[in-house]
Each structure stands twice: as C-alpha cells, then as structure tokens.
Design a binder for this molecule. Structure first.
Ligand SMILES: [Zn+2]
Length: 170
C-alpha cells in the first residue's frame, strides 16, 4: 500500500486536459473549473483504497508487515484502485501483489473515511487458505491473528488499521 501525501494539494490545472482552472461560484460553492473541457474541481476529491480483511477457516485474519518507509508496521493488504479497474478487481489485485495468495468470496463490508489524508477505505471481507506467502517489494511477511492481544498495538500502521481490527475482532 503506498503512501499519501499529507497535505491537500492545490489543484491549479485541469486533470483532464491540462488547461488552467479558474475560480467560479456554482450553487453557492466556490469551485475551480476548466474553460476548455467541462471539468469542475469541487474540492471534495478523495483517494480510494480497497482493503481486504481475509479470514482463514480457523477465523484468523491476515495482516501484512510492511517494508520500506513504514518498516515493521502491520496493516491489512490493500491499495489504490487504478483508473479503469472495478473496486473488486483492485481488491483482488492488491491482495495478490502483497501476499502472492488469492482471496476468495470477496464481499463489500464497510467504509472508513480519513479526511486529513483525503482517503476512503473500501473494506472487503474475504476467505483465504493459508498458503505460501510470497515476499514482495512492499511486504515482508504475512501473519494471522485471532485476537488483538496477539500483536503489539504500537505495530499497527495507523488509526484506520486499528479501527478496522477492533471492529473485526471484538
Ligand atoms: Zn479541462
């Protein structure tokens, strides 16, 4: 799962056609709009990340331990939807990229919002068979936990990871 820039980036150019955006008031909202195409920046854009809570037959949930900047942190497999992908496709792809395993029976579970990162988590529940984890560029290992006490909470990546884990295991 890649990182998000912390601040909200100022949008000065149209993401569709690259023309300059101009401020304009629509329905009492100050927006930025493109005079070349019909793009309007409503200043409510978010990144969409598909996150997977994959359970084994023994009711353990799979977490991944990250490499890189957040070395050692635990979170759920997942990541950003690419343009053109469905959310389900993104969930399957991210799960496979981060674990080398295939998740089955994906069902939409719930969503979480974190405005300070302009982030929405689309959470799926799924089934996973314990099989060979494949180390990859983002993840060092996959672990399975049944109880939140099985891990050190300081290892959790962030507040959404913690909130989802508590939600699932309590
Ligand atoms: Zn445009």
């Amino acid at each position: 799962m890649c990182n998000l820039r912390k601040n909200s980036r100022k949008m000065n150019f149209c993401p569709n056609c690259g023309s300059k955006l101009y401020e304009k008031t629509i329905n009492d909202s100050l927006v930025k709009s493109c005079n070349t195409c019909e793009y309007i920046d409503w200043n409510n854009w978010v990144y969409v990340s598909c996150v997977i809570a994959a359970f084994t037959d023994d009711n353990e949930v799979l977490l991944v331990r990250l490499k890189g900047k957040e070395q050692g942190k635990l979170t759920f497999p997942g990541g950003y939807r690419d343009l053109g992908e469905t959310l389900d496709q993104a969930a399957h792809r991210e799960f496979y990229e981060e674990t080398g395993m295939v998740v089955h029976n994906l069902e939409l579970y719930k969503t979480f919002t974190k405005d300070e990162q302009r982030l929405i988590w689309i959470v799926y529940k799924g089934k996973v068979q314990k099989s060979e984890f494949v180390e990859n560029k983002e993840v060092f290992e996959a672990i399975y936990i049944r109880n939140i006490k099985d891990i050190d909470c300081n290892d959790l990546r962030g507040k959404l990871t913690k909130a989802l884990l508590i939600d699932l295991l309590s």
